[in-house]
Write a protein that binds this ligand. Sequence first.
Ligand SMILES: Nc1nc2c(c(=O)[nH]1)N[C@H]1C(S)=C(S)[C@@H](COP(=O)(O)OP(=O)(O)OC[C@H]3O[C@@H](n4cnc5c(=O)[nH]c(N)nc54)[C@H](O)[C@@H]3O)O[C@H]1N2
Ligand SMILES: Nc1nc2c(c(=O)[nH]1)N[C@H]1C(S)=C(S)[C@@H](COP(=O)(O)OP(=O)(O)OC[C@H]3O[C@@H](n4cnc5c(=O)[nH]c(N)nc54)[C@H](O)[C@@H]3O)O[C@H]1N2
Ligand code: SF4
Ligand SMILES: [Mo]
Length: 740
Amino acid sequence: MLGGMLTATTATHCPYCALQCGMNLRPVGDGVEVVERTDFPVNRGALCGKGRTAPAVLSSRVRLDGPLVRRPATGRLEPATWEEALRTVADGLRGTREEYGADAVGVFGGGGLTNEKAYTLGKFARLVLGTSQIDYNGRFCMSSAAAAHQRAFGLDRGLPFPLEDIPRTGCVILVGSNLAETMPPALRYLTELKANGGRLIVVDPRRTRTAEQADLHLAPRPGTDLALALGLLHLVVAEGRTDEEFIESRTTGWAEARAAAMSHWPAQVERITGVPVPQLREAAAMFCDAPEGMVLTARGPEQQSKGTDTVGAWINLCLATGRAGRPLSGYGCLTGQGNGQGGREHGQKADQLPGYRKLDDPAARAHVAGVWGVDPNTLPGPGRSAYELLDALGTDIKALLLMGSNPVVSAPRAAHIQERIESLDFLAVADVVLSETAALADVVLPVTQWAEETGTLTNLEGRVLLRRRAVDPPEGVRTDLEVLNALAALLGWEKGFATDPEEVFDELRRASAGGPADYAGISYRRIAEEDGVFWPCPEPGHPGTPRLFLERFATPDGRARFVPVTHRAAGEETDAAYPVVLTTGRVVSQYQSGAQTRRVDELNAAAPGPFVELHPRLAGRLGVAEGEPVAVVSRRGRAVAPARITTGIRPDTVFMPFHWAGEGRANTLTNPALDPTSRMPEFKVCAVRLEAVRPQAGPAPQAGVVPEEDPAPRAGTAPQAAPPVGGGPAVSGGPAVGGG
Ligand SMILES: Nc1nc2c(c(=O)[nH]1)N[C@H]1C(S)=C(S)[C@@H](COP(=O)(O)OP(=O)(O)OC[C@H]3O[C@@H](n4cnc5c(=O)[nH]c(N)nc54)[C@H](O)[C@@H]3O)O[C@H]1N2
Ligand SMILES: Nc1nc2c(c(=O)[nH]1)N[C@H]1C(S)=C(S)[C@@H](COP(=O)(O)OP(=O)(O)OC[C@H]3O[C@@H](n4cnc5c(=O)[nH]c(N)nc54)[C@H](O)[C@@H]3O)O[C@H]1N2
Ligand code: SF4
Ligand SMILES: [Mo]
């Protein structure tokens, strides 16, 4: 049963990814159903299975419908009144602060939160808690691209042009994006590109559904995109295909960047990446032959301990060929979460104030403190990045308020992070479901979801849109804004934390005014009338800015900055004991930590559990057949999931999706090596070994396995048989699917 219904059909947006597809919701029976909404230009009615089935998560069968408090007597989470739950949270946060100081209280947010929530959460941390210790899961998402954007262009908006420009450019290099599974309705832009005669190059170690659409698929070894991009730039220079006029008039720093690229010889790049020189040449020629071109990156090249430099190298390629700051050309990042763009602009990031202002900039502090009516000196300074914050739980940080993330499943080195979370004195989680992380909390606050509340989100194009309430929430839940308002009041802030999203948005507009991400001219009414408004939009009369950088870049001198970058190894390279590369990512039917989508029957039927994707040669040496359990072991831990055998992956690499908890949790294995600039963990590369897990009792015969060939052998890393590890759990019966 849903709490209640508004009667008319409502035009709104999907709860999940950054495409923010438009949909209509129509009341039906005791729920709502999704009906096609063709007037929203981004998806023109198309939806993926997750969006189509999203109303299932509104049902009381799967969601939280009242607060839970952990009872000392039983040690269990049990139902409580809102009054008791909120008081317990306020006492927990206040008590920690009084005992250990303000920075002993942490806040962790999410890129799925609306702009209004992200803004309020940041304000709550800085004013009410007075803590510097706030960060969010976007750090795990597009932070490397954001850092590279800032460095090169002086501004970070994921796509500096609307998606509708893609079909009209000449050539797209899509790097580490599996769009066909992660944003299915956006695949249309690539098919239209090809129909218009444009070319598509996909860079991915796996032949994904997206790579199958490509004119040219380059399959580098994970973690080597930086060398690949530099190799392409080397060829572009060597073949005289640079755009000297553009370099001269619109950029700085070319000499150094050029010299850095020229030290990456094609043959050496082939050795590092495994991509043959003729393919490198073909890619460089395809990109330069087209009159316009774009490079689009997603998590593949970004979630690396050198993600910022890697994106920087792709940007250098765009700048050197004049494919930036011009119509139908440029570099863009495909941001991931529903509000992945807006969520990184309004102050839930450790170093940031609303409007994409910097927390250590005195003018920014003065402006925002003015809007908030406080003395700028009372605002704390920058805090720790997401992984560092989670890693400090239980030691420096004793209490945590978590809103919009499920790190037990999604954080790197997850067993360690889970243990850190368990060692907290106090954990409060606001969520719509009892996620794996919420299950560890002292207090769980059940909140309203997408279709039950109104708020703005900024999609991957920088288009600010309005997600409208379409259904009444059930009685037992409150909005995140109401939760923050009530907690603020209990902690002595009766005013300043509005519960009406439009009122919060109007304050956010003022706080962002004059900042890089300027929303001052955007209003709920305007968004409703125009298909969303692109920031920056400094005044009500301003049309918004779909295309950035056409006249000048956002640097002080208006020129884009080349950055001299050189290739370096991954945080953890393969060796004799861990001879295989593990990379991780997504499948079409599950979303993120799976907290929401694992509760939808249709999606579970399509993607019931984790798996280990591996090449037949690797499977053969291991002696596992399709569907049989495989143990994947890294220096962080061990995971077991059924084998999925495919020739569409490099023989030296295995892939696991990260959507599940339990035995098949991919993040038990991942390496939290951080990018020095963005503090992004290395989700896309770590070293593992594989073991067959024989499904029977008794001492399990296990075979260590190494890849048959390492296309990029390094000194001292000659493959040899890994010693089998005993003591692993023998799996009985069918495939070992963890979580669910
Ligand atoms: N179905 C679904 N859709 C989603 C999400 C979801 O969880 N499920 N999440 C949303 C979010 S938050 C995000 S961030 C986006 C992510 O969207 P994507 O970036 O498209 O998703 P991933 O599967 O993480 O990674 C993309 C590809 O990178 C490849 N890859 C792995 N290692 C490397 C490497 O070293 N180099 C290169 N070039 N490629 C590599 C993988 O093989 C994979 O095919 O998706 C959004 N959409
Ligand atoms: N190995 C590996 N790990 C990865 C990645 C990878 O590619 N590989 N990708 C990383 C990336 S790109 C991302 S974005 C992260 C995402 O990982 P998480 O941060 O765990 O993201 P979600 O699973 O979306 O978690 C959101 C939680 O908030 C709840 N929620 C949803 N909406 C709201 C709301 O409005 N309010 C509140 N209070 N709660 C809400 C959901 O029910 C869910 O429990 O995972 C990262 N982890
Ligand atoms: S592509 Fe993304 S926004 Fe569109 S329906 Fe699917 S999950 Fe929702
Ligand atoms: Mo993401």
